[in-house]
Write a protein that binds this ligand. Structure first.
Ligand SMILES: C[S@@+](CC[C@H](N)C(=O)[O-])C[C@H]1O[C@@H](n2cnc3c(N)ncnc32)[C@H](O)[C@@H]1O
Length: 220
C-alpha cells in the first residue's frame, strides 16, 4: 500500500505499519526498517517497542505532538520512542530526561545529529533540577516505570502550559505486583482528577504492551 499521512500530525502509514519521517536519513535507531517513497525516507514505528505507537494502534485519538511542539519527555531510555517524537516535532524541542547513565550514553549518541533532541541526565522526581531551563512546554510524556508514577507526573505538569497535554504511561507492575492492573489505572486517574486535571483518555495498551495504560490529561 502507498505511504500516506494519518490523522495524527507527523505520523504516516503504509497500512500495517505506522511510520515517521526519518530526520537522519540512512540511520536506523533500533533496527527498524527504513522504507522510502517519493524521495522521502521513513522509519517504521513498532508498537511492541514504543508505548506511544501502541497508544495509536489501540485507537488513541488525542494528539498534541505537533511539528513545532515543545515536549518534556521523562524516562527516555536509549531513545526508541524519543527518536520518533523527535521525527514528529521536528521544528520543536524534545527535552529528554533519563536517570541511568548507562542508557544515557546511547541517548547522547542518538541526539548528536538531531538538533531538536536535548538529552538531560536527571531524575524525574526532582523537576526543579531541570525545569528552570525549559520554560513552559506544550506536552509532557512520562514513561518511568517506577513507583508513584502519578505523583511524579503531577510534579512535572507544573512545567506544562495551560491547555497543554500530558501523556502518562502507567506500568501497573511498577506500582503493585499483585493488584489487578485496572485498579491501578483507575487509582492513577483519580489522583490526576483530584489534582484538577481533565482526563481526555484512558487506554489500555494490550496486546502491544501488557499491563500498561496511557492516561492522557489536559491542564486547564
Ligand atoms: C520503560 S523505560 C523507557 C523506555 C522509553 N520511554 C522508550 O519508549 O523508548 C523506563 C526508563 O525510565 C528511566 N527512569 C526510571 N526512573 C527514572 C527517574 N526517576 N527519572 C528519569 N528516568 C527514570 C529508566 O532508567 C528507564 O530507562
Amino acid at each position: 500500500m502507498p505511504i500516506r499521512p494519518t490523522e495524527w500530525e507527523g505520523v504516516s502509514t503504509d497500512g500495517p505499519w505506522l511510520l515517521t519521517q526519518n530526520m537522519v536519513p540512512g540511520i536506523s535507531v533500533y533496527g527498524e526498517s527504513l522504507p522510502r517513497e517519493g524521495g522521502i525516507e521513513y522509519r517504521r514505528w513498532d508498537a511492541n517497542r514504543s508505548k506511544l505507537a501502541a497508544y495509536l494502534k489501540c485507537g488513541g485519538r488525542v494528539w498534541g505532538f505537533r511539528e513545532p511542539a515543545s515536549v518534556l519527555y521523562l524516562g527516555a531510555g536509549s531513545g526508541t520512542t524519543a527518536s520518533h517524537v523527535s521525527d514528529i516535532c521536528r521544528k520543536g524541542t524534545v527535552t529528554a530526561i533519563e536517570i541511568s547513565s548507562r542508557v544515557f550514553r546511547d541517548l547522547l549518541r542518538l541526539a548528536e545529529p538531531r538538533p531538536n533532541l536535548v538529552p538531560v541526565l536527571g531524575d524525574a522526581t526532582k523537576p526543579e533540577t531541570y525545569g528552570g531551563r525549559l520554560g513552559a512546554v506544550e506536552v509532557l510524556y512520562q514513561d518511568v516505570a517506577q513507583r508513584d508514577q502519578a505523583g511524579i507526573f503531577l510534579k512535572n505538569m507544573e512545567w506544562v502550559q495551560n491547555g497543554g497535554l500530558g501523556y502518562l504511561m502507567v506500568k501497573a507492575r511498577s506500582e503493585d505486583m499483585a493488584a489487578p492492573p485496572a485498579r491501578i489505572f483507575e487509582a492513577a486517574k483519580r489522583e490526576l482528577v483530584k489534582a484538577g486535571l481533565k482526563i481526555l483518555d484512558l487506554r489500555v495498551l494490550a496486546p502491544y504492551q501488557l499491563d500498561h495504560a496511557d492516561l492522557v490529561a489536559q491542564k486547564p
